[in-house]
Design a binder for this molecule. Structure first.
Ligand code: AMP
Ligand code: ZN
Length: 147
């Protein structure tokens, strides 16, 4: 996409500190990290949503992301790492080129995800919702929904 900042990074039109690159994906340092070492993994091809990324590319992103997480632990003595992915503006996506965040975590890093835990009204309500999702999932071709 013409005006996409991450496509520009892929093409070398704007700078980035690259950590890994192959034919399908690119990993680079996030410019405004949650924790120092925060890394992004992107498909080289433009996809606004994760849903259209082909399985081989998505698989590569996940696998390399995990290797980078392990590398953060080794290199930065992190205690763990978070994978994070926002799909859609309402979910917090700001850059509209799908990307996977890998955030190194330390026991004392004082960062807290706002992770709430709701309760279903009843088991029936929960089961009905599950059925609805499964029905919609079957309609999409192998889970790769078009944008
Ligand atoms: P999201 O909110 O999931 O869309 O995250 C976008 C991420 O991209 C943020 O963490 C930004 O700090 C990061 N970001 C934006 N522009 C750049 C850039 N030019 N180089 C590296 N990271 C960037
Ligand atoms: Zn793009």
């Amino acid at each position: 996409m013409n005006n996409c900042i991450f496509c520009k990074i892929v093409k070398g039109e704007i700078p980035a500190i690259k950590l890994y690159e192959d034919d399908l994906i690119l990993a680079f340092m996030d410019i405004a990290p949650i924790n120092f070492g925060h890394t992004l993994v992107i498909p080289k091809e433009h996809h606004t949503s994760t849903a259209t990324i082909p399985e081989n590319v998505a698989g590569r992103m996940f696998r390399v992301g995990a290797r980078l997480g392990v590398a953060q632990k080794r290199a930065l003595e992190a205690d763990g790492y978070n994978f994070h992915l926002s799909d859609g503006t309402v979910a917090g996506q700001v850059v509209m080129h799908a990307h996977l965040h890998i955030v190194p975590r330390w026991t004392d890093d004082s960062f807290h995800w706002n992770w709430r835990q709701l309760k279903y009204e009843s088991e029936e309500v929960r089961n009905e919702m599950a059925e609805k999702i499964v029905k919609a999932f079957k309609l999409s071709s192998e889970g790769e929904e078009k944008e």
